[in-house]
Design a protein around this ligand. Sequence first.
Ligand code: AMP
Length: 493
Amino acid sequence: MHNRSASADRNSRNPRNRVGGKNSFDRAPQRQRPARTPAPSLDRELDNMPVRAVPTVNSFEELGLSAKLCDELARAGIKKPFPIQSATLPDALSGRDVLGRAQTGSGKTLAFGLALLSRLDGGKAKPKYPRAIVLVPTRELAMQVSDALTPLARSLGLWCRTVVGGMSFAKQADALRRGVDLLIATPGRLSDHVRQGTCVLDEVAFTALDEADQMADMGFMPQVRAILDLTPVGQRMLFSATLDGDVEQLVRRYLHEPVTHSVQSAKASVTTMDHHVLLVSKEDKPAVIAEMAAREGRTIMFLRTKHHVDRLTAKLRSIGVNAGALHGGKTQGARNRVLGDFKEGSLPVLVATDVAARGIHVDGISLVVHVDPPADAKGYLHRAGRTARAGESGTVVTIVTHQERRTVARMTEQAGVRPTSTTVRPGGEDLVRITGARIPTGEPIVEQEQTKRPPRGGGHRNSGGGYRGQGGRNNNRDRFNPRRARSDRSRER
Ligand code: AMP
């Protein structure tokens, strides 16, 4: 185990670590201490590091995992470690801090999860005092990590629980009272529990931060720092797709001589994707979107606002495309249901805001569509990263109207991709070749959720460009009037 006495002293001298959790979050977050000497960015350091060959490891037994964990992994069909697991597990099991530049899909959940569970094996949690925490940016990612780790924890007789917003606080407090070995949490809800005294962090010996850059982008850094300040200096692991800005400061302040491992930078993964810019007229855009959505295969479509997501979903369903909406305005139950159906295959099309752009791992998404262009190059890469996962290939298309051409060209250049530009029309050969587009049936999907809350703007009369599907039988004439869309967007931002 590494000698961390210096940083341990530093932390125990910090009065915030002695208050036992309560009220600590009420203080204004402390400003981060700037690094003493200007250092090259971590991202650049990793880019310039010679590539270390990861030793070939053929089984988890070779890495020193317990027979119980290996059996449980085998039951889930997981037999051979992924490179990030072979590279980080030996060091993580020996107690070192770990810094991983890796995205969802690389196998990082098991990289840190197996290390945490092995280190927790044999111990027992006191009521309210979790022994390990995993911080994640979103509820969806929390569920995903929990799905992966709970059966493994159970095989060792350990309790793994989740605390996230949008779910019953009282139930979570109850679970914490019964003792939790591994707590998977979003920073906001964990802060609430600490503030209420339903969770105390004094016995957290192991911490993992997953998708740290997304937590930074979502404004969680004050809570993340406050949580880390309250945990004793134990073993810490941090995984992130990028390691600049706030994440870099977090690494420099809270990780102690970490072993670093880089699977690939966000840019590198885009090479297994086909990138296309589809030039469309405003009039054709709705029909092009509808035909693309009616393709065979798992498709994810990104839009900027919740309202546009709801409206497109309702529209697609009305013409026979089985689409589901995912955005932050939905209840957690609805979000879980839609994501579950999409993962399991009964829902082929997911229409989402950027809430689904990161962290979510769904196998076999073969097409990502930027219906609205993303906010910036980073957004492009994150959305695109939903396809071409785990060595698969995939197609990413950006639907671009004349006015959007320049902005999108600048953005793709910044993102380091060179999309092929093609002008497409509804029913056109190129559209079919690139996306597998088909004519929707026109038979509305039987509504469940949508009937409860009709989309705003539905039923507006508007001429021209509406898409009514093959049969043209449905009389939903609402279409995505660009003029109205623009004013909606500015209202909702
Ligand atoms: P993650 O990057 O942790 O989200 O993992 C992506 C996917 O890879 C998940 O579906 C995991 O179950 C799967 N996975 C992780 N490690 C392995 C492995 N060693 N062998 C096979 N599948 C794996």
